[in-house]
Design a protein around this ligand. Structure first.
Ligand code: PEP
Ligand code: MG
Length: 883
């Protein structure tokens, strides 16, 4: 017989804290606390598996029924009370509890078991008629809403009417007679509204309530919450049926919530709120202002209230003792719910408390210092992604926000400013001290300066590895990409969202961590790095085996990355260097050259610029490896789009405007990602690569003379065959030999593996390469046959329909793309023992993908500068997790 029901009581407890999948978080922790001998009212948990079973058949199987009845008897004997009768009636709370907390998404019923008889018994037993009838009317209100599907407001407004008629402003001023009348009226309304009588049989009440809680797993708000938080629909919720204890039986009763440390900043201070003579939902409902439990929980709105410490010193002392025990036992900050009935303290729930990232860091470091957790346990306590909150400005959580659209959370952080539609405007307004948000259909390398000038970037098209997303992450700028709800008309400088039009100069705010586009200017809070951060990250560095490099294209970003702990550059994309105003004309001249010698002439103009770029980066990385990728994008990306720019170019290279226009037409590609790019450029125009390699060699030699320790790695992109690499290697080595003359110059020459053919033939390719770097952005694109710029349009639906578990441009598809990475690594290492292997696609900064890279034994991951700390922590966690 399957086990569907687990009891918890001082006499018998069947579950424990590690059974969250089956018992839900609440059920597992109630069982754990019971077995620790803590004062938990007895009860039982109906499992998540029972929920799934119920969802299939919409009925309870006989085993479930039998096990609930047995468990109920145990609660009766443990409490000495009887359910549904007798002079000491047992009442239940019935609460949902999924594997992970889904606050307020599902339903709860309190005081279950009351009817016209048991209410009298409760009244006598408690010697408190008002309390008994107040409990009854609360029960009817909750039950009518949760189980019978009536709108909450209907009965609530009857209560409001009664208060108004009596001229009182609070429930506490109503008496037993009022509640008795209310119960009568409630029942009438329910009968009218639902056509059903309020159930008087407690057993029927219980089954219907369990059914309703199971049903609430699929209510629209729970479904939405699951979608937003990536919680699978087939987990189900457990139901916890627990003997009621009453915080509302008199002035020696209370209920409250406390945290073992401050959840907003992590300070080690016991912190919480409580209400005298109240039931749990009163604290949440905000009808009365809760009082502070102790001195340090006081704030401006509750300063004059008596603390629990003063009001019930014995219960407070006991609570203090228990919270310390719980924190030590769970090795983490706890969020505890308690009730005091006739001066006796009960614990109703404990769980690891939610906290801000700053608090999480402080708590982890302090717990280690206090000897409660080990360094490894402390490292596992923080979600690497949460570090984003520490490294970027974020929205003030207390500010109100009017969200007008949602796109992809492409680069975290929050930024507010005036809308601009052109990069030039962004630059000039920024120079005049105006904060701007750059809004584009999509960005291209031409927009670099505008992106750098903007507070944040919003695009209507593009996925998580689109140009906007990748560049913004590199710059540490917030970016919302692929926001298909907005219509951008950059010509007329407008943006339409729904039926509203926004024009240049209107304020918007972006939250790049959630993808939200918000109307107006929402206040932001600055990033908060401190000594705890350094200490914590040092622990991560001690443990991890993967090295962490960065993707950076200029000395400033490189310096930022080194500050964040980067151990080298894993990818320096050289194309962005070409867009500076004084260079772009020479680049375009090079593209329009009709002979090799003309092209070489144009390239010669670029050489000194490239050399200076590389020198700057070598200096910033003094002693650390710098991987420079030779030109990758298709040439059309550098072409002018505006007529003015075309005219300027025609004049500069002294040809007719028509020639430029025809050239632009000729070079146009529909799918630039598969076109004349990467090493294909190197094969067809070797002079481009020889110029870049000359610049690298000269920069390195000059830097060495200036005392800089340089470690260049020259990387060839988009190789599909070993032949491409061998041809280019020969040409480039010859160039280097010629440039270096008799000077000593050490370097590595290798390739990206970013095409399936390259992965499959990695053994051959490895014989010509000193290193492999997996370009998993392109490898994902080409393995799936999915365009990284356009996939955003339908990928969300793919994920919501569970066709794909997640966006493969964000988290590496381990079975498919990952298989190729693993295969190529093994083949490459077999063929070339010395080969060094890393990853430089965006996955190099994503924790699950980093875990994969660790497991398959890569040497390093490389990610954008602001993700370096995330990668360091994820790499340490990978070691701990895979021990
Ligand atoms: C890649 O393809 O993974 C890569 C790093 O190169 P890019 O994103 O520049 O194409
Ligand atoms: Mg690539």
């Amino acid at each position: 017989m399957s086990k569907w029901v687990y009891s918890f009581s001082k006499e018998k407890t069947e579950g424990n804290k590690d059974m969250k999948n089956l018992l839900g978080g609440k059920g597992a922790n109630l069982a754990e606390m019971s077995s620790l001998g803590l004062p938990v009212p007895p009860g039982f948990t109906v499992t998540t598996e029972a929920c799934i079973d119920y969802q299939k058949t919409k009925s309870f199987n006989d085993d479930i029924k039998k096990q609930v009845e047995e468990a109920l008897k145990l609660v009766e004997s443990s409490t000495g009370k009887t359910f549904g009768g007798g002079d000491n009636p047992l009442l239940f709370s019935v609460r949902s509890g999924a594997r992970v907390s889904m606050p307020g998404m599902m339903d709860t019923v309190l005081n279950l078991g009351l009817n016209d008889e048991t209410v009298e018994a409760l009244s006598k037993k408690s010697d408190n008629e008002r309390f008994a009838w107040d409990s009854y009317r609360r029960f009817i209100q909750m039950y009518a809403n949760v189980v019978m599907g009536m709108s909450h407001s209907l009965l609530e407004s009857t209560l409001e009417d009664l208060k108004e008629a009596k001229g009182v402003d609070s429930d506490t001023k109503l008496d037993a007679k009022d509640f008795k009348n209310l119960v009568k009226v409630y029942k009438q309304i329910i009968a009218q509204e639902t056509g059903k009588k309020f159930p008087t049989d407690p057993m029927e009440q219980l089954w219907l309530a369990i059914e309703a809680v199971f049903g609430s797993w699929d209510n629209p708000r729970a479904i939405k919450y699951r979608q937003l938080n990536g919680i699978p629909g087939d987990w189900g919720t457990a139901v916890n049926v627990q003997a009621m204890v009453f915080g509302n039986m008199g002035d020696d009763c209370a209920t409250g919530v406390c945290f073992t440390r401050d959840p907003s900043n992590g300070e080690k201070k016991f912190f919480g709120e409580y209400l005298v003579n109240a039931q749990g939902e009163d604290v949440v409902a905000g009808i009365r202002t809760p009082a502070p439990i102790n001195e340090c929980s006081k704030n401006d709105s509750n300063r004059s209230e008596k603390t629990l410490e003063e009001y019930m010193p014995k219960a407070f002392a006991e609570l203090t003792d228990l919270y310390q025990q719980l924190e030590k036992h769970y090795k983490d900050m706890q969020d505890i719910e308690f009730t005091i009935e006739a001066n006796k303290l009960y614990l109703l729930q404990t769980r690891n408390g939610k906290r801000t990232a700053a608090a999480a860091l402080k708590i982890a470091v302090n717990l280690e210092e206090e000897g409660i957790v080990t360094k490894e346990e402390a490292l596992m306590q923080i979600d690497p992604e949460a570090l984003n909150q520490l490294l970027h400005p974020r929205l003030d959580p207390d500010a109100t926000k009017n969200i007008i659209a949602k796109g992809l959370p492409a680069s975290p952080g929050a930024g507010a400013g005036k809308i601009v539609f052109h990069s030039d405007d962004a630059t000039s307004m920024h120079e005049n001290g105006v904060k701007v948000i750059l809004v584009r259909q999509e960005t291209s390398p031409e927009d670099i300066a505008g992106m750098a000038a903007a507070q944040a970037i919003l695009t209507a098209r593009g996925g998580m590895t689109s140009h906007a997303a990748v560049v913004a992450r590199g710059m540490g700028k917030p970016c919302v990409a692929g926001c298909s709800e907005i219509l951008v008309d950059s010509k007329n400088r407008t943006m339409i969202v729904g039926d509203k039009k926004y024009v240049e100069g209107d304020f918007i705010t972006l939250d790049g961590g959630t993808g939200e586009v918000i109307e107006g200017e929402v206040p932001t809070l600055d990033a908060e790095i401190n000594a705890d951060f350094a200490k914590f990250m040092a622990w991560a560095d001690e443990i991890r085996t993967l090295r962490v490099r960065t993707n950076a294209d200029n000395p400033e970003d490189s310096e930022t990355a080194v500050k964040f702990g980067a151990e080298g550059i894993g990818l320096c994309r050289t194309e962005h260097m070409f867009f500076e105003p004084e260079r772009i004309l020479a680049v375009r001249e090079m593209i329009f050259a009709d002979s090799t010698s003309h092209r070489e002439k144009a390239l010669k103009k670029l050489l000194p610029y490239q050399k200076e770029d590389f020198k700057g980066i070598f200096k910033a990385l003094d002693g650390k490896p710098v991987n420079i990728r030779l030109l990758d994008p298709p040439l059309h990306e550098f072409l002018p789009h505006e007529l003015e720019d075309k005219k300027e170019l025609a004049e500069y290279i002294d040809v007719e405007l028509k020639t430029i226009e025809e050239g632009c037409e000729r070079l146009h590609e529909f799918n630039p990602m598969l076109g004349h790019r990467g090493c294909r450029l190197g094969i067809t125009y070797p002079e481009i690569y020889t110029m870049q390699v000359t610049a690298i060699t000269q920069a390195a030699l000059e830097s060495i003379d200036e005392g800089v320790d340089v470690r260049p790695e020259i990387m060839i992109p988009l190789v599909a065959t070993a032949k491409e690499l061998s041809i280019l290697r020969e040409i480039l080595v010859a160039t280097i030999e010629q440039v270096r003359g008799d000077k000593e110059f050490n370097y590595k020459l290798g390739t990206m593996i970013e095409l399936p053919r390259a992965a499959i033939t990695a053994a051959d390719i490895a014989t010509h390469a000193d290193f492999f770097s997996f370009g998993t952005n392109d490898l994902t694109q080409t393995t799936f046959g999915l365009s990284r710029d356009d996939a955003g349009r339908f990928l969300t639906e793919y994920i919501s329909k569970s066709v794909l578990p997640s966006d493969p441009f964000v988290s590496l598809d381990q079975e498919g793309v990952g298989y190729l990475v693993k295969f190529a690594t093994e083949q490459g290492r077999n063929a070339n023992k010395e080969i060094h292997v890393g990853i430089c696609g965006e996955h190099g900064g994503e924790p699950k993908s980093i875990d994969f890279c660790h497991r398959i034994g890569l040497d390093y991951v490389s990610c954008s500068p602001y993700r370096v700390p995330i990668a360091r922590l994820a790499a340490a966690q990978a070691v701990i997790r895979n021990k």
